[in-house]
Write a protein that binds this ligand. Structure first.
Ligand code: SF4
Ligand code: MG
Length: 336
């Protein structure tokens, strides 16, 4: 089956006063119809830039897609004009961000915003669109939608605003929904409600979701596949079960080990991975994780590890997995 979206060798940079930040450095992934792909990583790993570039939503300048293809329904989005891209975004791709206040128009009743969204892509009258907007609000679990439809964003709680945002994003019936840390600003109970709402709606609408998050708990509950990003590259990608139980990349091991565990006392919690992510003004020639990796070898410092297929849909970019890696003593570099 042909994927809905295929991204090949994407490179994205930002021009700053300090020089060029190479935020995304050769990312390849695909998204199947109706699935949820989680992109996980620390802040600065390039996960948001990757997702936003996919819909050409990085501010340009200073951002720029330097290289790569983004094939969606047979078209390379990198080659579209801004006008053509605007159409694709409006009708085929929906977006939800961390803070709905920044994406909802504070001066317009929420219903009107949804109505505009619906009418933008369907030729229907205002009354019909309004009924649809009410239906959408009901669908996302907003009580009393007939009254709520004419209220302003500030009249909604954080969780309710995020529901409105989801209604708005789904109003145009998109094939892809990009959700960038959609629940980070919400408290834990509301987070769980919003995630399960997204899952339910996905089953009804068959929308594929790219979920950007640093929260592995959210990933475990909602995604089918995971791409782990570090230092502007995808270091590992695979089905959620394989990543959680048979991960093959040292960075993923560290990420999983640093997940907060409710069953352990604080003293037994594992520390986050020591060290800091690479400088993306001057990214390392070799593996981006080499500075922090307890298994690093000489080759890791010199050359970017190639991608190895470890099972039918599980890939890892690590010299430990490469059958042709030069044989050197392992784990010497960062152990004093
Ligand atoms: Fe560690 Fe080397 Fe693998 Fe990078 S390539 S994760 S440094 S072992
Ligand atoms: Mg981000």
């Amino acid at each position: 089956m042909e994927p809905l979206l295929q991204v090949n060798d994407l490179h994205v940079s930002f021009q700053t006063v300090g020089g060029e930040v190479k935020a995304v450095r050769g990312v390849t992934f695909h998204l199947n119809k109706g699935e949820t792909l989680a992109i996980v990583g620390e802040s600065g790993s390039g996960k948001s830039v990757t997702a936003l570039s996919t819909v050409r939503l990085i501010p340009s300048p200073p951002g720029k897609i330097k290289k790569g293809e983004i094939v969606f329904q047979g078209k390379d989005l990198v080659k579209l004009t801004e006008r053509e891209m605007f159409k694709v975004r409006g009708s085929e791709i929906g977006m939800i961000f961390q803070d709905p206040m920044t994406s909802l128009n504070p001066t317009m009743p929420v219903g009107k915003q949804i109505i505009e969204g619906i009418r933008w892509h369907q030729k229907i009258g205002v009354t019909e669109a309004k009924n649809k907007a009410i239906e959408m609000l009901k669908l996302v679990g907003i009580p009393n939608p007939e009254k709520r439809v004419s209220q302003y964003p500030y009249e909604f709680s954080g969780g309710m605003r995020q529901r409105v945002m989801i209604a708005l994003a789904l109003a145009s019936n998109p094939k892809i929904l990009i959700a960038d840390e959609p629940t980070t600003a919400l408290d834990v109970t509301i987070q769980a409600q919003i995630m399960s709402l997204m899952k339910d709606l996905q089953e009804k609408t068959e929308t594929a979701i790219i979920l950007i998050t640093h929260d592995l708990g959210v990933v475990a509950e909602t995604a089918e596949r995971v791409a782990v990003m570090y230092g502007g590259v995808i270091v590992e990608t695979g089905p959620v079960n394989e990543i959680f139980h048979h991960s093959r990349h040292p960075y993923t091991w560290g990420l999983l080990a640093s997940m907060p565990r409710l069953d352990l006392p604080k003293a037994q919690q594992i520390e986050p991975i020591p060290g800091s992510p690479p400088d993306l003004f001057d990214p390392p020639a070799g593996c981006p994780f080499a500075d922090r990796c307890p298994h690093a070898m000489n080759v890791c410092l010199e050359e970017m590890p190639p991608v190895t297929q470890v099972s039918s849909n599980h890939q890892v970019a690590c010299w430990l997995e490469d059958p042709e890696a030069p044989s050197v003593e392992r784990g010497k570099i960062n152990q004093g």
